[in-house]
Design a protein around this ligand. Structure first.
Ligand code: ZN
Ligand code: ZN
Length: 299
């Protein structure tokens, strides 16, 4: 009897393992949404994991091999992964490459602000690729992912639909929470000063003015004229706090802040790849807390 039961369990588990749809992801935030939407119906191969740099990543031979067995590869899109053309050729037509951010309205850099983009790599497109800082965008992403999963695995369409709905509801709860937190910041102080322009979608959704001061300078190789301009910008806008980023905290930013009388906030998570914040929920919570801590007024 025991043996029979064990056999039955074995059969059941291998069945469900076979049934899982294998997908690969190129962004930890997307992997999290795929897991929420797909549940146990999908097996997620995280090619780009937390701790990696989305702006400079290129898949290696081992990554390509891992992606070949997948039904779908989910990328961020908006030109973040400039290697997608090459990747499509490498994995062949049996693997569908989906740019999750594609249907999300793009934020163009304001004229004159294109020098502030995240990295030289993305300077030419003048589109901010960091769409994941908006709860509304994340809800759209969940829907895109559910549609793609359902197309690849129609038998589980209902489950994916329910998963997208649950994910979307959660994102809306988080948006509400963030709005309540941000309400403690005086309207005139809702200006987000960062090194590079990675928070445009956040600023748009939560009513901040985005003021990037260093741009492509993830390095400290900035001219003194540029530094003087940044200092003037901070003074003119009566900025109370400046925020470094988890992967862009050049010494020069600290120097600039020191000579303005503003304070330095906690580093914000720009790409959703921090080891301590690589889901939308943990990233948003971290960023909102850091911003409110520096700019909020206690009642
Ligand atoms: Zn970039
Ligand atoms: Zn970035």
């Amino acid at each position: 009897m025991k043996k029979l039961l064990a056999l039955a369990l074995l059969a059941a588990s291998s069945l469900s393992a076979q049934a899982a749809l294998k997908v690969a992801t190129l962004h930890p935030l997307i992997a999290d949404v795929v897991r929420t939407v797909g549940g146990d119906k999908v097996e997620v191969v995280e090619v780009l994991k937390a701790g990696a740099d989305v702006h400079h990543f290129e898949p290696g031979a081992r990554d390509i091999a891992a992606m070949r067995g997948a039904g779908i590869i989910f990328a961020s899109g908006k030109n973040l992964e400039s290697y997608l053309g090459k990747l499509r050729d490498s994995v062949g037509p049996s693997v569908k490459v989906v740019e999750v951010g594609r249907p999300i309205p793009s934020l163009k850099m304001e004229p004159g602000q294109d020098v502030f983009v995240c990295c030289p790599h993305h300077a030419h497109s003048a589109i901010d690729p960091h769409w994941w800082h908006s709860a509304e965008n994340m809800r759209r992403a969940a829907r895109v992912i559910a549609d793609e999963l359902a197309e690849a695995d129609p038998a589980n369409e209902k489950a994916y639909e329910a998963g997208a709905k649950a994910a979307g509801n959660r994102f809306m709860e988080l948006k509400k929470w963030a709005q309540q937190q941000i309400a403690t910041i005086p309207r005139g102080d809702r200006k987000l000063v960062t090194a590079h322009a990675a928070f445009g979608y956040f600023c748009k959704e939560f009513g901040f003015k985005s003021i990037p001061v260093l741009g492509i300078g993830r390095s400290d190789d900035v001219s003194s004229q540029y530094i003087a301009q940044a200092i003037q910008l901070i003074r003119d806008n009566k900025i109370r706090a400046v925020f470094p980023e988890d992967q862009a905290n050049p010494k020069v930013l600290a120097e600039i802040v020191r000579s303005t009388g503003a304070k330095t906030g906690k580093p914000l998570v720009a790409d959703g790849t921090a080891t301590y914040a690589h889901t939308f929920e943990t990233m948003l919570a971290h960023n909102v807390r850091a911003i409110v801590e520096a700019l909020g007024v206690k009642k």
